[in-house]
Design a protein around this ligand. Structure first.
Ligand code: GUN
Length: 297
């Protein structure tokens, strides 16, 4: 059997188009575009690239982009003051502080300072709590994107065995919560799990978010499983090459022989993250303006 390749890039492009239409409709009712503020502290090269991409994608989706680039030496007080200013700014519907922050800054207290109603990353404890008790809030972009791909592929997830590998606050925990809300039977596995391969073998749905290149092979998977690979790992470069290949946490070619459907890396979960960020921002704009949530997002 050869697995169906789940095309996250195409799904994300369609979602961005729908978000762009919702943003245009919002502008007509509210008299202003939805706005997303992105804050970058320091000069981490990967973060620079992400922040640049987010800004361009925001503008392409008919929204206002406000990018704040601060020096690596920025103090906790100055960063808190900027977040406070963005919290009060009516043109800003969503605030994202790019992580990781430099070591001298306290990530948790910065996240806590963002208004939960503008926390389009879904990282604030209020939004984690809302997700946990089933209230509407903001859900972290990567797991929500994974969920969209899963429901598009499988429809109803009721009663399916889902194994999430990884227990981070950004992916593993919210992913498990979303699967549980969709009536799946959920296991969270991690580096201390005994017989990890045996646990994964039971799963109808595998979500891999461990950061170990090609860890999950053919023998780990149940026949026909749906595999969502959140990992983005760069292998060491081959001789004569400048950059190593990007691979996921799943050995794609092998896994494709057993799985029913699988996301590739790149082109699977990755493109969904920004698309969902834009989706969360247009939803935030509607909520903050007291308008009904846009349909079909
Ligand atoms: N760094 C890497 N991914 C993310 C993300 O989704 N949100 C934020 N704030 N920082 C990140």
């Amino acid at each position: 059997m050869t697995a169906i390749r789940i095309d996250g890039k195409a799904f994300a492009a369609k979602l961005r188009e729908r978000v762009g239409e919702a943003a245009m409709a919002f502008a007509q009712s509210a008299g202003r575009k939805p706005g997303l503020a992105v804050v970058l502290v320091g000069d981490d090269p990967a973060s620079q690239v992400y922040v640049g991409s987010k800004g361009k994608a925001t503008v392409a989706a008919n929204m206002e982009s406000f990018t704040h680039r601060l020096g690596a030496e920025t103090s906790q007080a100055d960063l808190l003051a900027l977040v406070d200013q963005l919290n009060r700014d009516d043109a800003v519907d969503g605030i994202l502080v790019q992580l990781p922050l430099p070591d001298h800054l306290d990530e948790q207290s910065i996240i806590a300072s963002i208004s939960p109603d503008k926390d389009v990353d879904g990282f604030h404890v209020i939004n984690a709590g809302r997700l946990s008790v089933g209230q509407s809030g903001f859900v972290p972009c990567t797991p929500l994107g994974c969920m969209m791909l899963l429901t598009d592929r499988l429809g109803d997830l009721s009663g399916l065995e889902a194994v999430v590998i990884g227990r981070s606050n950004i992916v593993g925990k919210p992913m498990a919560q979303l699967l549980l809300d969709a009536n799946a039977t959920v296991t969270i596995a991690h580096s201390r799990t005994k017989d990890l391969a045996g646990v994964v073998k039971r799963a109808d749905i595998v979500v891999a978010a461990v950061g170990r290149p090609e860890m999950i092979g053919r023998d780990w998977l149940k026949n026909g499983a749906t595999v969502i690979d959140v990992g983005i790992n760069r292998l060491p470069p081959e001789p004569g090459k400048e950059k190593g290949k990007l691979v996921g946490d799943v050995a794609f070619d092998e896994a494709s022989e057993v799985a029913g459907a699988i996301t590739p890396v790149p082109g699977g979960v990755g493109p969904m993250t920004i698309a969902v960020l834009l989706r969360n921002t247009v939803v935030a704009a509607h909520r903050n303006a007291g308008l009904d949530a846009p349909a079909g997002l």
